[in-house]
Design a protein around this ligand. Structure first.
Ligand code: NDP
Length: 452
């Protein structure tokens, strides 16, 4: 049977675009449909604009530090409309880059929503219908907002980049990556931030000591972090904002309320279940180790599969799919020891197991140091950074590394290589320090802080 395409990709985000390009490079005839903007969550409404906002929000501390070093500077105010229009121009540019990359690699792409008619047929909302030997679903996810009366004025991370003016006050609901990052960003931009998290400590799943330090510093920086607290009731009050009653008994009108209460895979209305593609409890597409669904011609990668919801992971999954299907070399994406960073202020970089998870697994040694960085201390700040290694007593391998510090994301990327290679504590010890740096502490910790 002949098909219009060897591969049709639904979704033009990180995973879909990479898979389409790499498949086309093997000589395959590839089509791709994207219903919104090319680049997907990461480029258009996630990592990229978020990181630019992290940079924008960090200057307040830079001005303060500069004065500590003797510079004669005043803080000033952020010109939000000026920043926003530059940000929008940058996203337009990146969207164009993604479109050009696809066109340049020979992928035929469509600005349309695609749904599946059968295991080999996609139907676009433009009316076009195409057949394909393989179909890759890479439709990502979208913010989940708990169903609650009065939440119609509330925003999510999708809208935060489009605010015409910055609110004076905001309530952020949630304690994960997005809630904590935006609490810090908006606080840095001068917004009065309250954060409600229903659990005992934000950033559940990360190393307890590391997330404790991040939370402590966020509070010191002025964020009203209310743990063990959720929204009981809310009511839109038009121009005045949104009235919110919390489980802690508080009642207050906030200019803006933002829900960062997780994300839901985009599987609705694609026709997947009718074809026999199995979905999980949260609507995620169930796939095997090679990203293949229960329907052999249909594969899925990225957040829509709800495995590890990170851009570089979606890209790896897309490339492993192409290697498996188009290069005849079955390749399962490797989800082990993925380093990542939370762009809070201070940043948290992490790879491997938390102390708590490692101690449940096997006997460990913990090496940990917390100190004032030279740069910040001189400027008069008493912020502490944290460097922590979790070591297996049996194999001496580094099971986890956790860093809370400026540029922790940059540091953990490099530590991630050593940890992925199976480095032992003695390999770290053999490494000569780079002096004077914060990261040198990672190779100079001689005595375990504790064993468990
Ligand atoms: P997370 O799953 O990380 O966090 C969701 C938060 O919302 C949790 O604190 C959760 O609480 C809380 N929550 C869930 N449901 C409710 C509810 N009904 N009422 C109140 N609180 C609720 O999701 P995010 O949206 O923050 O991020 C989604 C994913 O995006 C992340 O998992 C990550 O993979 C990715 N991401 C990565 C980034 C990075 O690498 N820097 C940045 C941003 C996103 P509880 O803990 O109790 O479940």
């Amino acid at each position: 049977m002949s098909f219009d395409f060897d591969l049709f990709v639904i979704g033009g985000g990180s995973g879909g675009v990479r898979a389409a390009r790499v498949a086309a490079a093997t000589g395959a005839k590839v089509g791709l449909a994207e219903e919104s903007r090319m680049g997907g969550t990461c480029v258009i409404r996630g990592c990229v604009p978020k990181k630019l906002m992290v940079f924008a929000s960090s200057y307040r501390e830079v001005f303060n530090d500069a004065r500590g070093y003797g510079w004669d500077v005043t803080n000033g105010e952020l010109d939000w409309p000026a920043f926003k229009s530059k940000l929008e121009a940058e996203l337009d540019r990146l969207e164009g880059v993604y479109q050009k990359l696809l066109t340049g690699s020979g992928v035929k792409w469509y600005a349309a929503r695609a749904v599946l008619d059968d295991p080999h047929t996609v139907r676009l909302d433009s009316g076009e219908v195409f057949t394909a030997k393989h179909i890759l679903v890479a439709t990502g996810g979208r913010p989940f907002v708990p169903d609650m009366d009065g939440c119609e004025q509330a925003i999510t991370s999708n809208e935060i980049f489009h605010l015409k003016t910055l609110p004076k006050s905001i309530l952020i609901v949630g304690g994960g990556y997005i809630a904590s990052e935006f609490a810090c960003i908006l606080n840095g931009l001068g917004v009065e931030v309250t954060q409600f998290y229903r659990g005992a400590q934000i950033l559940r799943g990360f190393d307890d000591e590391a997330r404790g330090l991040v939370a402590e510093k966020m509070q010191e920086n002025g964020i009203a972090l209310c743990t063990g607290t959720n929204v009981v009731e809310m009511e839109a009050r038009g121009e005045a904002g949104t009235w919110v009653k919390g489980t802690d008994g508080s009642e207050r009108v906030y200019d803006q309320v933002m829900f960062a209460t997780g994300r839901t895979p985009n599987t609705g209305g694609l026709g997947l279940e009718d074809l026999g593609v199995e979905l999980g409890r949260r609507g995620e597409i169930k796939v095997d180790a090679y990203s293949q669904t229960a329907v052999p011609s249909i594969y899925a990668v990225g957040d829509v599969t709800d495995r590890v919801n990170l851009t570089p992971v979606a890209i790896r999954e897309g490339m492993a799919f192409v290697e498996t299907v188009f290069n005849g070399n079955p390749t399962a994406p490797d989800h082990d020891l993925i380093a990542s960073a939370v762009f809070t202020q201070p940043e948290l970089g992490t790879v491997g197991l938390s102390e708590e998870a490692a101690a449940e697994q096997e006997p460990i040694e913990v090496y940990c140091t917390s100190f004032k960085s030279m740069q910040q201390s001189f400027a008069g700040r008493d912020d502490r950074v944290l460097m922590k290694l979790i070591v297996s007593q049996a194999t001496r391998k580094i099971l986890g590394c956790h860093i809370v510090a400026p540029q922790a994301g940059e540091m953990i990327q490099l530590v991630g290589i050593a940890v992925k290679m199976g480095a032992t504590k003695e390999d770290f010890d053999r490494t000569v320090a780079v002096h004077p740096t914060m990261a040198e502490e990672l190779v100079t910790m001689k005595t375990p802080t504790r064993t468990a």
